[in-house]
Design a protein around this ligand. Structure first.
Ligand SMILES: [Ca+2]
Ligand SMILES: [Ca+2]
Ligand SMILES: [Ca+2]
Ligand SMILES: [Ca+2]
Length: 258
């Protein structure tokens, strides 16, 4: 028994088997091993030859199964029945049917201010189930204020965000950027990165004299304001809390007012 087959382009392949016997001993039937995706359609051509077509039953998903191994059996009607088999291996080529997907929709990052330039701030990650270019992801800034873009760099290949300048809590203590992941076929996903800058105690208090009464009359009653001082520390929380004091051996005291 001799089997030949040819593969057609539209997911349908036609096969014909030849059996040199005639009558009941000639080719009677085809069988296919059980596979949910394919069935056989047997057709008889005008010259009596049986042709069999491999028909796609449901859409294929390469991400689930990248190839199918089919065994086609041709049976004759003789006794004993004689059969011939052909193995058909169907390799499924990839279609770009999966967009990239970020591991999170919103990433929250906390950073200490004064991080050295070029430090790794964060790495975003997206995955794509397709293969080759269809699964190759590049990362881009999508929506980002100009002053934020100047401070951060995004590596398109690995999604690493680094700082290109020193980040100053006292200047700005949070940044939000929108990133895009794009596969080689143009499908995209988006995420947000929210960066919070944490304070470091990098400022000394500043003392300014606002007004002073000089010279100061000797008969001034106790409690008279002599000097008005302003003290400021731009750091946050405890880093910015301050207290003022004066030498103990002087006839003056400091009173705080808001
Ligand atoms: Ca695919
Ligand atoms: Ca894809
Ligand atoms: Ca600072
Ligand atoms: Ca600070």
């Amino acid at each position: 028994c001799f089997l030949s087959y040819s593969l057609c382009s539209a997911g349908r392949s036609r096969k014909s088997a030849q059996d040199p016997d005639s009558g009941i001993n000639s080719l009677q039937n085809y069988q296919l091993n059980k596979n949910p995706s394919f069935t056989l359609a047997v057709k008889e051509s005008p010259d009596g030859k049986k042709q069999v077509e491999l028909v796609l039953e449901k859409s294929l998903d390469r991400e689930e199964e990248s190839s199918h191994q089919l065994i086609l059996t041709a049976l004759d009607g003789g006794d004993p029945v004689r059969s011939g088999t052909a193995k058909v291996r169907i390799k499924i080529t990839d279609a770009n049917d999966n967009p990239p997907v970020f591991t999170e929709q919103i990433y929250k990052v906390s950073l200490r201010e004064n991080l050295p330039k070029g430090s790794l701030v964060f790495q975003v990650k997206a995955s794509d189930k397709d293969e080759g270019l269809n699964g190759h992801i590049s990362y881009f800034f999508d929506s980002i204020p100009e002053n934020t873009r100047k401070l951060f760099h995004l590596d398109p290949e690995n999604g690493e965000i680094t700082n290109t300048a020193i980040l100053d809590f006292e200047e700005k203590n949070e940044y939000t950027m929108e990133l895009e992941a794009r596969d080689g076929g143009g499908l995209t996903d988006h995420c947000k990165v929210h960066i919070e800058i944490l304070d470091e105690n990098d400022n000394a208090p500043e003392v300014t004299i606002l007004s002073e009464s000089s010279p100061f009359p000797e008969d001034s009653p106790p409690g008279t304001v002599i000097v008005l001082i302003k003290a400021l520390d731009p750091d946050a929380g405890q880093n910015g809390e301050l207290s003022c004091s004066i030498q103990h051996n002087l006839p003056f005291k400091i009173i705080s007012s808001s």
